[in-house]
Design a protein around this ligand. Structure first.
Ligand code: AHM
Ligand code: MG
Length: 345
């Protein structure tokens, strides 16, 4: 029997389906997701031109039209601010590129959502044509009426209503969750549309990959060194049982040094990404609100897990927007095993 071909589904159609699950929805959330999608298309277009900067004008210099070419991370930040900063749905914007959160005065009485984003993570890789990404988390305001304050921003990751990332790689992909599964959409540049390509992504319980910058080993605490040594040499047997924490038995290293790309690969194939504390960075490098918490929500909704070594990343309440955390994220069994190992110290 000939199977009917699967329907093409745009991301907009998918958002509308999501909205129809909630009959009382005003459409604000759908509008917000659409704005983020649009911002990411603009960033994608510019990232794809990055290799041309030496021809048409290096960043910071003037291009042939006499315009100053912005650095791509600044550009991406400005795109997000322009696409979201004037929308009624948003009351606070936080960005890796902004020192302080932006309270959107004009809409503080009406905007229901807080969006925190890293507009272009891994941008130091861009000159080498390595994949980079955008990460975002969305929270709902807690306070009512015309008051919005820092407590609306500083919420734990488990309070997120949606989270996502976009990878600008061999193709551009938008991956997100709003609590109804993790879905991936690939950009068709000729149509300018994100099309559903990866429905209901789930990640393996254990994986064969570990991703960590091992050059920092001399600056790790002994227990971190031991964890990575056991992952590398596979001293414990890997169990596929879904109720048992596992260690990796001789996993392979894959480390791009671009979080979204490392996370995305591990999500699809199974594996763990580690950014442990070091002597000179006791809280690690990655930021809770714009990097760790959004990816943790995606990991968890895909069946994975994220920890700071002691607790679920999603349970940590930020003390400030740029708070950093150690991060162990990916296949649930592998991350649980790391957490168990580190709790023995
Ligand atoms: P950035 O936000 O300044 O781009 O830094 C985050 C990046 C991640 O994408 C990547 O995983 C990590 O830094 C790499 O750090 P390191 O070079 O210390 O291994
Ligand atoms: Mg970053």
């Amino acid at each position: 029997m000939i199977q009917a071909p699967k329907n093409l589904k745009t991301i907009e159609a998918h958002f509308l389906e999501l909205q129809s699950i909630h009959p009382a929805a005003s459409g604000d959330f759908t509008g917000l997701l659409s704005d983020i999608t649009f911002a990411c298309k603009v960033i994608s277009r510019e990232v794809n031109k990055a290799g041309l900067v030496d021809i048409i004008g290096a960043t910071g210099d003037e291009n042939i039209q006499g315009e100053v070419v912005q650095k791509l991370d600044e550009f991406a930040n400005n795109v997000f601010l322009k696409c979201l900063g004037t929308r009624d749905q948003v009351c606070i914007l936080g960005s890796e590129e902004l020192d302080e959160p932006l309270f959107i005065d004009a809409h503080s009485g009406s905007g229901n959502y807080i969006v925190v984003f890293d507009p272009l993570d891994g941008s130091s890789n861009i000159d080498a044509n390595v994949s980079v990404g955008t990460i975002f988390g969305i929270w709902k305001r807690k306070s009512r009426l015309n008051r919005v304050d820092l407590s609306d921003l500083l919420q734990a990751g488990c309070q997120q209503v949606a989270a996502g990332y976009v990878i600008y790689g061999s193709s551009t992909m938008f991956v997100y969750t709003a609590g109804h599964g993790v879905h991936g959409f690939t950009l068709d540049p000729s149509l300018g549309e994100f099309l559903l390509s990866h429905e209901n992504i789930t990640t393996p319980f254990t994986g064969e990959i570990y991703s960590v910058n091992e050059a920092y080993e001399p600056m790790w605490e002994p227990e971190i060194r031991e964890v990575v040594r056991q992952i590398k040499y596979g001293q414990n047997t890997t169990s596929k049982r879904s109720d048992a924490p596992t260690s990796g038995a001789g996993k392979s290293t894959r480390y791009i040094g671009s979080l979204v790309a490392d996370f995305h690969r591990n999500l699809l194939y199974g594996g763990i990404y580690l950014y442990p504390p070091t002597k000179n960075k006791p809280q690690g490098k990655l930021r809770l609100m714009c990097e760790a918490a959004p990816l943790a929500m995606i990991a968890e909704d895909a069946g994975g897990y994220a920890s700071d070594g002691k607790q679920n990343i999603l349970d940590i309440i930020p003390t400030e927007m740029h708070m950093r955390v150690p991060l162990y994220i990916g296949s649930r069994g592998d991350v649980m095993w790391i957490e168990q190992m580190l709790s023995k110290k």
